[in-house]
Design a binder for this molecule. Structure first.
Ligand code: URA
Length: 481
């Protein structure tokens, strides 16, 4: 029996190094016992297997496995490292093992992966900072949180990006994360007695929560599933729940007597359950499933810094699909494509071309907002080819479900996603292109490009071309009938 003792409960890199070495020595999963430093004493002496000189041991595993394993390693199950080594061992003989969702090991790993993602999501949603005075008299913020799985180290960078200029600590029983506005550090876990008491900011949280509570949509079971009671004691707004729940009946009757309204997208989103997000998932069978899946998507890393995934919008049977690059700052907040400055240029051009936007399906090649922080501003960053390729899964699903007669690709990113290869806009624009899925394609300028052209004459020309291309695409939807 080989006993491997890892440096900590989240020592994934230690697991990787040892697993690589054990694999090279052909140590079977049954021969290896994985433990963690500080864990129970073992009858067998622990060792640190060394990978053979020359790096990787024989065979390479896919990025998808490494990503999956990195998340599964954060699960609280004591079996996780054994499971991962078993999968690694089996991958050599069955390279496409991860696509067999019915396999018990794969299915367990995928479940654990979803549970860890869910725990990270809950942490992002339910950490509440309390204001305290730091030793130097400055303001600092402290939160107490009890994550369902060991996601603190992996999720802390999210808070440093969100609260870049705010010194904070997140205390958890496993590990504590500290951000001093320059560096992130970790110390051992804390005691619940260290949790900070309430502060003045809590009144704001309660006001906000009360304003978003819809008594007619109260489903206590769903609410407790979405906001499990274990998190309530950290949440200032949780103290309002019993009274709001009690009064929900009367408030609903009053609402029913008023005119009906459309449910807000925010509420629809809140009701979404976990959706397929990993390679091997069944393709979505409706545009609603696309919207939910896009929001939960983890096919690339862009979800991490975005507020939400932004799926396309428009009638399911639209004859014309129009594809942009990716949501911008305002689209990321609103959850809808082309509602910001580029959206205004787009809307004006559609009107000039005689294209009714509400009869088109408008979407983007990439569904999460890629950006970098400059002070408090989030500046657009162009998506790269792997991100475009990862997100094509969603665009292809939208194409299959909407089955447009004509697809307009606005800008280079959209052209790459729609045509499947790089396309020079200047050369290809202004003509009908035959696409693989029977639709016709038109490539044209991106509306943001029109905002950036510095020379007035060139700008006027590009605008006229953009309108001309939209008009051409709309006319093709008739001819292609
Ligand atoms: N730019 C795009 O490409 N898409 C949007 O949704 C907004 C701006």
């Amino acid at each position: 029996m080989r006993v491997v003792r890892l440096g900590s409960e989240t020592d994934f890199e230690g697991w990787r190094a040892a697993a690589r070495a054990l694999r090279a020595e052909a140590a079977t999963p049954a021969d290896v016992l994985w433990t963690v430093d500080g864990g129970q004493a073992s009858l067998f002496p622990a060792e640190t297997p060394q990978a053979p000189a020359g790096g990787e041991a024989g065979f390479k595993v896919s990025r998808a496995f490494v990503d999956l394993a990195g998340r599964v390693a954060l699960h609280r199950s004591p079996e996780r490292f054994d499971l991962l080594y078993r999968l690694l061992w089996r991958l050599e003989g069955t390279p496409r093992l991860l696509e067999i969702a019915s396999d018990p090991d794969v299915s367990l790993a995928l479940d654990m992966h979803s549970q860890v993602n869910r725990a990270a999501h809950k942490m992002k949603a339910f950490v509440r900072f309390r204001q305290v005075e730091a030793q130097d008299g400055a303001d600092a913020f402290v939160a107490w949180f009890e994550p369902a799985h060991r996601v603190t180290e992996a999720t802390a960078p999210f808070f440093t990006r969100r609260f870049a200029n705010m010194a904070f600590s997140i205390l958890t029983p496993d590990v504590c994360a500290h951000w001093d506005t320059r560096a992130l550090s970790f110390t051992p876990g804390a005691d619940p007695a260290d949790a900070p008491a309430g502060d003045d900011l809590e009144a704001y949280w309660r006001t906000y929560f009360a304003s978003t509570f819809n008594p007619a949509r109260l489903r206590t079971g769903a609410m407790v599933r979405e906001m499990p009671k274990r998190y309530w004691r950290n949440l200032p707004e949780a103290s309002l729940i019993p009274e709001m729940t009690r009064a929900a009946g009367d408030r609903t009757t009053a609402m029913v007597e008023k005119a009906p309204t459309e449910p807000a997208r925010r509420i629809v989103r809140a009701a979404r359950t976990d959706m397929p997000t990993t390679p091997g998932d069944a393709p979505p069978s409706s545009l609603q499933a696309v919207a939910a899946g896009v929001d939960a998507c983890r096919r690339c890393h862009l979800w991490r810094d975005a507020t939400q995934g932004v799926a396309g919008e428009g009638p399911a049977g639209a004859r014309l699909m129009i594809v942009g690059e990716q949501p911008g700052d305002q689209e990321d907040l609103a959850g809808r494509p082309f509602v910001g400055p580029a959206g205004q240029v787009f809307d004006r051009a559609l009107a000039a071309a005689g294209v009714p936007r509400n009869e088109t399906y408008v979407t983007n090649a990439v569904k999460h907002f890629k950006h970098q922080l400059r002070g408090k501003r989030r500046l657009h960053k162009t998506p790269e080819t792997p991100e475009i390729e990862a997100c094509r899964w969603w665009l292809d699903a939208e194409r299959r479900l909407v089955r447009p007669r004509v697809i307009v690709a606005m800008g280079a990113t959209a052209a790459r996603a729609v045509l499947g290869k790089a396309a020079p806009i200047g050369k290809l624009r202004g003509q009908a292109l035959q696409l693989e899925d029977q639709a016709q394609g038109v490539v044209t300028w991106h509306p943001s490009y029109l905002l950036r052209v510095p020379d007035a004459e060139a700008k006027a020309r590009a605008e006229a071309e953009f309108i001309e291309d939209l008009r051409l695409a709309w006319s093709l939807t008739d001819r292609a009938a």
